[in-house]
Design a binder for this molecule. Structure first.
Ligand code: G1P
Ligand code: ZN
Length: 543
């Protein structure tokens, strides 16, 4: 079959960020946009000749069309085999599991994670390396460089493959293997968790609700929670993936998963609630009447992981992103294991996991995972929680109370100002960056700045240095704040303000987090005057 080389010219704005390239769907659908980016990836990784790839996405609008295009380009670029999830579906953690289990030469994942989907929403594409994780900066930079010099892309003209049929089909000389999107992932989960214990917990009347938010985890949660673990039909809500996620914003936090959180705070609440995001790598955990912050969840999982068979030998270390609260560090200290603080973005955990330095990783943005794959994994976190509860037979609320009694409580919240003017946002962070050296010793709203820096990270494995990863202010009163601009938004700028305060007085451990953090919130405002400067009275999202 003839390979067509289509003449093209570099397209602006194809710089992949922390999680690949994210753009409005309409931009991705512009003639040549997807093709240019895909060709840049293929070229940047040394071509596809005789290689195999994993391919799938979160089912959002344009997913299937993009997959057909990518298949035709992979064939034109000499790939021998592509594994595609049935109907184009693969959650991000499942894609990572497939890349690793089937040893493919990396994979392409189509998703804009928790960003809304649809023709008027967002689309995204990222390349994962053969170890299964997101491409490191050296690779994303090579992709970007290539995109600036591209003059043609290669594609073959042929019929679409039938993505609904599992099994092998030929596309010219390339084999397209349509796989069950759940099977390999479920196998990995069976190897880590005591499914019998969780079955017994559920059979004893323990009720759970999982909100798939009409995104990719629907089929995974239905097969595992209802199909294998015996949760009654209906335990998984919004379980059918829809191209526009039912019009929702598939981000599992108290704002966007309000239906579930309201249920969990009501008199009819089941014992356990959880949700996942667009591509299945994030998670939210809610007990009856108790919301668990992602930072606390990481700490609790680290303290109890040994109760699950896959972690019974203990953990080698725990890693968290810098803005994540320091709760996990306290657990690591008690366990006598290493604690790592990395920049925001899952790719920074890859080296630590590969080198066996860390077993569990987590981010405050609802991401938790372990060395079983090289992505964060929403359903994995849910299953680990269930395994822990199946052994401890305590409620989520009681587990949290006991944890805080033992380690103290890190009150935590993140305030997001979304879609703000980019220049105003950069002015706020730019000025604060310049003032960092003069802040230590100064008092704001009753708090004294003890240290202030722009976070830089030296990777302990490869020695690479990442600078400018967030403005960090530590207060002498056991509190901390971090300001950084989002790297994943597609419209304007998003300013994230991370707030935390440690409390070890048992009488002060049941406060409302926003109240407990009021002094830190006031100090940030006094230091930056940001609400006035960006013209907002309050954050758009508080998590
Ligand atoms: C956000 C989160 C970050 C996460 C990333 C991808 O990035 O804050 O923790 O790794 O999404 O899910 P941000 O928009 O802050 O750059
Ligand atoms: Zn995601």
């Amino acid at each position: 079959m003839d390979v067509i080389s289509v003449a093209t010219s570099p397209i602006e704005g194809q710089k992949p960020g922390t999680s690949g390239l994210r753009k409005q769907t309409r931009v991705f659908m512009e003639p040549g946009f997807l093709e240019n980016f895909v060709q840049s990836i293929f070229d940047a990784v040394g071509g596809l000749q005789d290689k195999t790839l994993t391919l799938g996405g979160d089912g959002r609008y344009f997913n299937k069309r993009a997959i057909q295009t990518i298949l035709k380009m992979a064939a034109a670029n000499g790939a021998v085999r592509v594994l595609v999830g049935q109907n184009g579906i693969l959650s991000t953690p499942a894609a990572s599991a497939v890349i690793r289990a089937r040893k493919t030469d990396g994979g392409l994942i189509l998703s804009a994670s928790h960003n809304p989907g649809g023709a008027d929403g967002d689309f995204g594409l990222k390349y994962n390396i053969p170890a299964g994780g997101p491409a490191p900066e050296s690779v994303t930079e090579a992709i970007h460089r290539r995109s600036l010099e591209l003059t043609e892309y290669r594609i073959i003209e042929t019929d679409d493959v039938d993505l609904s049929l599992c099994g092998e089909q030929q596309m010219d000389r390339m084999t397209v293997e349509v796989i069950d999107p759940v099977a390999i992932y479920a196998e990995v989960m069976r190897g880590l968790f005591d499914f019998d214990a969780i079955c017994a917990l559920i059979a004893s009347g323990f009720a759970l609700r999982f909100d798939a938010m009409h995104a990719v985890t629907g089929p995974y949660a239905t097969a595992i929670l209802e199909g294998e673990l015996g949760a009654p039909v209906g335990s998984v809500m919004n379980g059918t993936p829809l191209p526009d996620f039912g019009g929702g914003h598939p981000d599992p936090n108290p704002v966007y998963a309000k239906e579930l959180v309201d249920l969990m705070m009501s008199a009819e609440a089941p014992d356990f609630g959880a949700a996942s995001d667009g591509d299945g790598d994030r998670n939210m955990i809610v007990g009856r009447g108790t919301y668990v912050t992602p930072s606390d969840s990481l700490a609790v999982l680290a303290a109890n992981a040994h109760l699950a068979p896959g972690y019974k030998g203990g953990l080698s270390g725990v890693a968290r992103s810098m803005p994540t609260s320091r709760a996990a560090d306290r657990v690591a200290a008690k366990l006598g294991i290493a604690a790592f603080e990395t920049p925001t973005g899952w790719k920074f955990f890859g080296n630590l996991l590969d080198a066996g330095k860390a077993t569990l990783c987590g981010e405050e943005s609802a991401g938790t995972g372990s060395d079983h794959v090289r992505e964060k994994d929403g359903l994995w976190a849910v299953l680990l929680w269930l395994n822990i509860i199946a052994v401890r037979r305590e409620s989520v609320a009681d587990i949290m109370k006991a944890h805080w009694r033992e380690y103290g409580r890190d009150y935590y919240s993140r305030h997001d100002y979304e879609g703000i003017d980019k220049e105003a946002a950069e002015a706020v962070t730019g000025e604060l960056r310049r003032r960092l050296p003069e802040l230590p010793g100064q008092r704001f709203a009753g708090l004294t700045v003890a240290a202030a820096d722009d976070f830089a990270y030296e990777d302990p494995v490869d020695g690479s240095i990442s600078r400018g990863q967030g403005l960090r202010l530590v207060f002498a009163e056991n509190a901390r704040t971090v300001l950084r601009l989002s790297g994943t938004g597609t419209v304007g700028a998003t300013l994230r303000v991370y707030l935390e305060r440690f409390e070890d007085d048992p009488a002060q451990m049941a406060l409302d987090p926003q109240e407990a953090l009021a002094p830190v919130i006031a100090a940030v405002e006094e230091i930056t005057g940001l609400r006035t400067r960006i013209g907002r009275d309050a954050p758009d999202v508080r998590t």
